[in-house]
Ligand binder design. Structure first.
Ligand code: UD1
Length: 337
C-alpha cells in the first residue's frame, strides 16, 4: 500500500510527504526538479527518519513513469507536479498547457492501466476567477484569468469526465488559497527560482536583505486599507488537509472539490505588519500600481472541508509569519546553503 506523490520534492509536496510518513503511509515521490532541489530529499530523511523512494521523472514521459507504476504497489496518487508561475504562463502558454495537461493525461492513463483510481489533485482558488464574490464556495461557476489557472480548471474537468466514464474513480480537487509558512524545524520551506512572484517569499527575501523593499501591488482596492485581501494558510495545515482528503478518496468513489483555506482574509499590509510584529524585523515597502489579473478580495468558505473531511486550519497568521521567517533566516539561499 503506497501513495505516489508527484511533485513531492516541491514546497507543498515536501510538507505533505512528512505528514504522510508521520501517519504511517508508504510514500513514493516522483519529481523532475524543475522547481525543486535534490537537497530536499536529505532534509526529508532527516525529518522523517526514512529514505522515501524517489524517482527523478517528468510525468510527461510515459515510459519512465510506467517504471514507477511497475516497481511499486500503488493505491492512490497525490498530484502536485505542474508549473505554477502565473506571469510565465501568460508569456509561454504552450509550455504550461503542454507540461501540466500532458503530464496529467499520462498520469491518469497509467492510473487506469494499473487500476489505481484514487487521486488527490492540487488545484487552486485561482479557478474562482474574477467575477465571483468572496467567500468562495465550491459550487460557484469557474473561470480563469491566465493559462496557469486554466490548466487547473481543465484538469479538474479531466478528472470529472474520467469519473463519468468510470465510476470506480475517486478524487478530491483541493482548491488552495494562499499557502505560506514552513515546517517548524526550519529545514524545509519555499525556495522559489529567481525573483519570487508571491507575497510571502518576497517579504522574507526583503527581511533577509536579498531585496531592498516590497512593492505593494495596488493600494486603491475596495478593501479596508486599499491593498489586496487573501486567505493565507499555513503549509502544514494544507498538508494535513491532504491526509484528510486522501482518507476520504481511499474510502469512497466520486469527485468532490474542497476549499483549503482559513476562511479569513488579510490584506498585504496586514501581512507586512503581522510579519514585523511576529519577527521583530522591519519590511520597507512602496505602494505601486495594481498587478494585472489580481482581484481585490479572495477568501474561502471553509464549511465543506470542515463538514465532509473533518479538517480545519489551526495556525494563525503570526504562526505563518514566524515559520516563514525561521525557514528563510536559517536558509538565506534556500536549499543552496
Ligand atoms: C497567485 C496566483 C494564483 C496562484 C497562487 C499560488 C496571480 C494573479 N495569482 O495568487 O493563481 O494559485 O499565486 O500561490 O498571480 N503582492 C504584492 N507584492 C508582491 C507580491 C504580491 O503586493 O511582490 C500582493 C498581490 O497583489 C496580492 C497578494 O499580495 O494581493 C498575494 O499575492 P500572491 O502571493 O502572488 O498570491 P495571489 O496573487 O493571491
Amino acid at each position: 500500500m503506497a501513495i505516489l506523490v508527484t511533485g513531492g520534492a516541491g514546497y507543498i509536496g515536501s510538507h505533505t510527504v512528512i505528514e504522510l510518513v508521520k501517519k504511517g503511509y508508504e510514500v513514493v515521490i516522483v519529481d523532475d526538479y524543475s522547481n525543486a532541489k535534490p537537497e530536499v530529499l536529505n532534509r526529508l530523511k532527516e525529518l522523517t527518519g526514512k529514505d522515501v523512494p524517489f524517482h527523478e521523472v517528468n510525468i510527461c514521459h510515459k515510459e519512465a513513469l510506467r517504471e514507477v507504476f511497475e516497481q511499486h504497489d500503488l493505491d492512490a496518487v497525490i498530484h502536485f507536479a505542474g508549473y505554477k508561475a502565473v506571469g510565465e504562463s501568460v508569456a509561454q502558454p504552450l509550455k504550461y498547457y503542454s507540461n501540466n495537461l500532458n503530464g496529467t493525461i499520462v498520469l491518469m492513463e497509467l492510473m487506469n492501466e494499473y487500476n489505481v483510481k484514487k487521486i488527490v489533485f492540487s488545484s487552486s482558488a485561482t479557478v474562482y476567477g474574477m467575477t465571483n464574490e468572496a467567500p468562495f464556495t465550491e459550487d460557484m461557476p469557474l473561470s480563469t484569468t491566465n493559462p496557469y489557472g486554466t490548466t487547473k480548471m481543465f484538469i479538474e474537468q479531466f478528472i470529472q469526465d474520467q469519473y463519468v466514464a468510470d465510476n470506480a474513480w475517486s478524487a478530491a480537487l483541493l482548491r488552495y488559497f494562499n499557502p505560506i509558512g514552513a515546517h517548524e524545524s526550519g529545514r524545509i520551506g519555499e525556495d522559489p527560482n529567481d525573483i519570487p512572484n508571491n507575497l510571502m517569499p518576497y517579504i522574507t527575501q526583503v527581511a533577509v536583505g536579498k531585496r531592498e523593499k516590497l512593492s505593494v501591488f495596488g493600494s486603491d482596492y475596495e478593501t479596508h486599507d486599499g491593498t489586496g485581501v487573501r486567505d493565507y494558510i499555513h503549509v502544514l495545515d494544507l498538508a494535513k488537509g491532504h491526509i484528510k482528503a486522501l482518507e476520504k478518496v481511499l474510502a469512497s468513489t466520486g469527485v468532490e472539490a474542497y476549499n483549503l483555506g482559513t476562511g479569513k482574509g488579510y490584506s498585504v499590509l496586514d501581512v507586512v505588519h503581522a510579519f514585523e510584529t511576529a519577527n521583530n524585523v522591519e519590511i520597507p515597502y512602496e505602494l505601486n500600481d495594481r498587478r494585472p489579473g489580481d482581484i481585490a478580495t479572495s477568501y474561502a468558505d471553509v464549511s465543506k472541508a470542515k463538514n465532509a473531511l473533518g479538517w480545519e486550519a489551526t495556525y494563525s497568521v503570526e504562526d505563518m509569519c514566524r515559520d516563514s521567517w525561521n525557514w528563510q533566516k536559517s536558509n538565506p539561499n534556500g536549499y543552496d546553503d
